[in-house]
Design a protein around this ligand. Structure first.
Ligand code: ATP
Length: 352
């Protein structure tokens, strides 16, 4: 198992900076996703780790050894691409044998390794097929098998599920993660799909404009995003201007927003009278026909089978998104009460 350490890594294309001094330390066996919108520099970062792209400045270390000047084929990397990149004129077994032949692995060992890895990706019965005779999902499993059969130090995946349909994509998330855990290989996974990054990763690195906006566990990123940009990129969020009314000590504060008063905790120091932005995810808000809470009117609702999404208007005019399980359905125009457990709020910005 290999530790990957990236230090102040930068990539310039002419006068434009694609990757701007990023540092990440990836532990042995860890699964880390690079998540961000198109053009944020994730693929360029992955290519520099692989050795497919030169580095403008900074270091990339595998187990402490700088590999910046080591050519791609000597870095011992397994790579999976969005478009599978299988050799079309070779069978599945041929595709897997290719890298082993290059490494001069003896024939008997080669057969064993191919059989083992085909079993792992559940394609033992497809060894003699050609890529065109396989579905997209099967082709991507062959691509994963081909990356793993050489027993690389590090596995790099660039949007590997982007070409698959929604259901298969969800199945493949679990499939890839399960194999990665069994093999225990250090993995870097590039995606712009936040649900994919959240479900698969030990840690997620959120990138915007070539820089790291936040690096943390999926729950850190979702529940305590470092900025409004991160909060919005990884899910829906309600942002409420609020005022600090009381300072209770021990990091506890009484605040007031359009959703009413709340006793919240905040690690940063707030001052009485200060204006803050309070954030709460749609599923953090409870909705009821009556009882305590802030009065609101249902503007619209969207049913998606397992969940209901509502858009509501508070009496003061503020619009709020709420997500619930569809146990009880509220109709458009209905008057309801909204309440928020204090721990579902967090403070996103301090000051005007
Ligand atoms: P996507 O998901 O669309 O691939 P990304 O986050 O992976 O996006 P990169 O492909 O790393 O982004 O690109 C980062 C920036 O670098 C973009 O502005 C892109 O236009 C630029 N870029 C990438 N490759 C080159 C290149 N070979 N020459 C010039 N500019 C490039």
């Amino acid at each position: 198992m290999t530790e990957v350490s990236i230090e102040r890594l930068t990539k310039d294309y002419g006068s434009s900076r694609a990757v701007d001094g990023i540092s990440i330390r990836i532990a042995e066996g860890e699964f880390v996703s690079l998540l961000g919108p198109s053009g944020c520099g994730k693929t360029t970062t992955l290519k520099m780790i692989a050795g497919f792209e030169d580095v403008s400045s900074g270091a990339i270390r595998f187990d402490g050894k700088d590999v910046v000047h080591v050519p791609a084929e000597k870095r011992d990397i397994g790579m999976v691409f969005q478009n599978y990149a299988l050799f079309p004129h070779m069978t599945v077994a041929g595709n897997l044998a290719f890298g082993l032949e290059m490494r001069k692995v003896p024939k008997a060992e080669m057969r064993d390794r191919i059989a083992k890895v085909l079993d792992m990706v559940q394609l033992s019965n497809h060894a003699d097929r050609y890529p065109r005779q396989l579905s997209g999902g099967q082709q991507q499993r062959v691509a994963l098998a081909r990356a793993l059969v050489i027993e690389p130090k590090i596995l790099l995946l660039d949007e590997p599920l982007a070409n698959l349909d929604a259901k298969l994509r969800e199945e493949m998330r679990v499939f890839i993660r399960d194999i990665q855990r069994r093999v225990g290989i250090t993995t870097v996974y590039v995606t712009h799909d936040q649900a994919e990054a959240m479900t698969m990763s030990d840690r997620v690195v959120v990138m915007f404009g070539g820089r790291i906006a936040q690096c943390g566990s999926p729950s850190d990123i979702y529940e305590r995003p470092a900025s409004t940009e991160v909060a919005k990129f990884v899910g829906q969020v309600n942002l409420l201007p609020a005022t600090v009314e009381t300072v209770a000590g021990d990091g506890r504060y009484g605040v007031k927003s359009a959703l009413g008063p709340a006793e919240i905790a905040c690690e940063r120091t707030l001052r009485q009278g200060e204006t803050i932005t309070l954030a709460v995810r749609p599923e953090g808000i409870e909705i009821a026909t009556s009882g305590e809470g802030t009065a609101a009117t249902v503007l619209s609702s969207y049913y998606s089978g397992s969940l209901m999404d509502y858009r509501l208007k508070l009496d003061g005019g503020t619009e709020i998104d709420v997500q619930t399980f569809p146990r009880h359905r509220f109709s458009d125009g209905e008057q309801v009460k909204l309440s928020v457990p204090a721990d579902r709020y967090w403070v996103l910005e301090i000051g005007a």
